[in-house]
Write a new protein. Structure first.
Length: 256
């Protein structure tokens, strides 16, 4: 159910089981893990994750699952979490397109991506209360960090879903677009990132993660920035980018 292609440095990973709203079971998660591993091995300079059909991902595929014998811990800790970690630590900028249902594991995949663009009418939230289950895949951390404890519990208790536009206005994700424009907009952003300084972007990704996790503050972040800049000095991305920027600015310098 997972397919991956690589074009001009951008790896596009597609959840392709529209008949079940791209819900993921164990084999689907294994395929996704393989696709992420393959994209990294092929040297992708950016990654785009999206879903085919009416939804990004409606969560876990529970067809045929017996709740009385289900090894839910094995599924979440043994299958879901490793995939989310692989996406979060992908060695290049990552982008995700959220449309239709973005729930459960689907929400977790969006959380693990660096940049998320949503369709205006996407559906984001926690319907787990209706199943007698706990919100998983990092949803608690996302809601509390960006919405606060009261709003997080409001969404969890009521099961109300946010539209993509509402989720962006609330600060959950990056931007929203009309449904027929969101894939193209995300592809363009991924293409721009792939043509940029991947090593510098990866350094910024690491610094942002350390700040978000509370491991460093202002001055430690500044030190990391300084160290990162020094380490990049002799890379091809830095040398070429610096020269190109100087050339672009040269007419301005001449006019002074």
């Amino acid at each position: 159910m997972i397919r991956m292609s690589l074009d001009d440095g951008v790896a596009e990973v597609v959840l392709d089981a529209p008949g079940r709203l791209n819900a993921l079971d164990e084999s689907g998660l294994d395929e996704l893990d393989d696709a992420l591993t393959g994209a990294a091995a092929e040297g992708a300079r950016a990654l785009l994750l999206r879903g085919e059909g009416k939804a990004f991902c409606a969560g876990r595929d529970i067809a045929g699952v017996d709740p009385t014998t289900d090894d839910v811990l094995g599924f979440l800790a043994g299958r879901v979490e490793p995939v989310l970690r692989r996406l979060a630590h992908f060695p290049a900028p990552t982008f995700a397109v959220g449309h239709g249902a973005c729930l459960g594991v689907g929400l977790g995949l969006l959380i693990a991506a660096d940049v998320v663009y949503l369709a205006d009418d996407a559906k984001v939230g926690s319907p787990f209360g209706r199943l007698g289950a706990v919100l998983d895949s990092g949803g608690h951390a996302l809601f509390v960090e960006r919405l606060g404890a009261h709003r997080a519990l409001d969404l969890i208790y009521t099961g109300d879903l946010l539209s993509g536009a509402e989720a962006v206005r609330s600060g959950l994700f990056s931007r929203s677009f009309p449904a027929d424009e969101v894939v193209a907009a995300t592809r363009e952003a991924a293409r721009r990132a792939a043509s940029g300084p991947t090593t510098a972007f990866t350094t910024s990704k690491e610094i942002v993660a350390e700040i978000r996790d509370g491991r460093i503050g202002l001055w430690a972040a500044m030190e990391r920035e300084n160290q990162g800049q020094a380490a990049l000095r002799d890379t091809a991305d830095y040398v070429e980018g610096f020269a190109a920027f100087q050339e672009k600015r040269r007419p301005e310098f001449r006019g002074r």
